[in-house]
Ligand binder design. Structure first.
Ligand SMILES: C[S@@+](CC[C@H](N)C(=O)[O-])C[C@H]1O[C@@H](n2cnc3c(N)ncnc32)[C@H](O)[C@@H]1O
Length: 409
């Protein structure tokens, strides 16, 4: 039949170009990346890679001892093979420790362009206890994540927060009726207000009656639960605020007991007393894991993702190599939306695939070692069966479902 007159419905996409579902590939990642390119070119929004760190050790599953140049020769073509797979607004996050950090940074500058560097994130992975403490020189407790966009102008950061433990001591004032008329607002020390709520005449009496630690714990719980009633006073940088706000500050200084409110279009009201701005703890509190917590914008130093206690995550033992699900989840959350493609070419025990699956992303994981069969595959089968209750399962509410294909090269 003349192809120009063939009915449209019969014109099928060639099979090789159809988008695959979630995919586990058993084989060397260089060959695997070439293999998936026809289906996934330009589609991957996030690559997380956790290559061998070249620690000089030999693990049960693989040897981690190359000379530095050999390591770079191994990595270069693999990083280059990621470029065509990345979406134009995609990004690559490579985890590494001190050993190859400098080589990897230079290599990624070359492959992705220094201008596309998003961040160098320091991940604090252990305390100064154990074997690391006997190293000569400062004790190494960190990994690094080198983050590069394919095109930084097109990449979009999905803002993340970190939970601050305890209470910022600056928030030390209680306001009884935040919804009432500001002119009638009454302020008193937070500790006194909470002590009174607990049935004590003073903070000192509460600490004596309950024990200092218990009182401090209750204070934090109650302040977070009633965060709109908890405030701090902060001196505004006079030269950095607009004319209208400066005028309000001047008025407030002249009448320090009065509260002045300047409503602002599309921004929180500017509320001042005694020349100081009133800031509400409620503006910093979010529900995290079902409980109120103070959150702050995420920085490039991550101290809040525990590596301790992950031995059982995913039901797989992959000592010294497995990364916390929470760590990978943060990378995926900052760089993708549900339904996006995530790729890990050094999959190890399957962490990235398990996390992407629980977060509703599509994924490709590549691993050359036999642990793809003994660790990663059964781990993902448990995730799909809804049997994996570890890692980020609780936070995501994932209850099972989905599929993946396994391809051996
Ligand atoms: C540090 S581990 C990754 C651990 C992983 N993030 C996890 O949480 O389990 C590095 C992995 O890369 C695999 N690997 C090394 N060279 C590879 C290659 N050329 N192709 C595919 N996998 C490779 C190793 O077998 C090892 O499982």
């Amino acid at each position: 039949m003349d192809p120009r007159t063939a009915p449209a419905a019969r014109v099928k996409k060639p099979r090789a170009l159809r988008e695959p579902g979630n995919l586990l590939v058993h084989g060397d990642n260089l060959a695997a990346l070439a293999k998936v390119r026809p289906q996934l070119e330009g589609k991957i929004r996030c690559v997380y890679l956790d290559p061998p760190f070249n620690t000089g050790r030999s693990f049960a599953q693989y040897n981690d001892s190359l000379d530095a140049d050999e390591w770079v020769r191994m990595m270069r073509p693999r990083l280059e093979a990621l470029v065509p797979l990345l979406a134009d607004d995609g990004a690559v996050f490579a985890e590494i420790d001190d050993t190859q950090l400098a080589h990897l940074a230079l290599l990624m500058d070359e492959v992705f362009g220094a201008k596309n560097r998003i961040s160098t994130i320091t991940v604090v992975r252990s305390a100064t206890t154990g074997h690391k403490a006997i190293n000569a020189g400062p004790v190494h407790v960190s990994d690094f994540i080198l983050a590069y966009a394919k095109d930084k102008k097109r990449w979009r950061y999905r803002p993340q927060v970190r939970v601050r433990e305890g209470l910022d001591p600056a928030y030390g004032t209680w306001l009884d009726d935040p919804d009432g008329t500001p002119a009638r607002w009454k302020f008193r020390p937070l500790r006194s207000a909470i002590a009174e709520q607990l049935g004590y005449a003073s903070p000192r009496a509460a600490a004596a009656g309950l024990g200092r630690e218990a009182f401090d714990r209750l204070l934090v719980d109650r302040a977070l639960a009633s965060a709109r009633n908890v405030v701090r006073f902060a001196q505004p940088r006079y030269e950095a605020i607009g004319r209208a706000a400066q005028k309000v500050v001047d008025q407030s200084r002249a009448a320090p007991e009065r509260v002045f409110v300047l409503d602002r279009e599309g921004r929180p009201a500017f509320i001042v007393r005694g020349g100081n701005r009133i800031l509400f703890l409620g503006d910093k509190v979010r529900i995290v894991g079902g409980r109120p917590a103070i959150v702050e914008p995420l920085t490039n130093v991550w101290t809040d993702v525990p590596f301790q206690g992950i031995a059982r995550e995913g039901g797989v033992v992959f000592t010294r190599n497995k990364k916390p699900e929470r760590l990978v989840a943060r990378v995926i959350a900052m760089s993708t939306d549900p339904g996006d493609w995530v790729l890990d070419p050094f999959l190890g025990s399957g962490t990235t695939a398990a996390v992407a699956h629980k977060m509703g992303r599509k994924w490709v994981g590549i691993e050359s070692g036999d642990h793809l069969t003994t660790l990663a595959t059964p781990r993902l089968e448990r995730v799909i069966a809804g049997e994996d209750m570890t890692g980020i399962t609780h936070e995501t509410g994932f209850a099972g479902g989905g599929t993946f294909d396994l391809v051996t090269l």
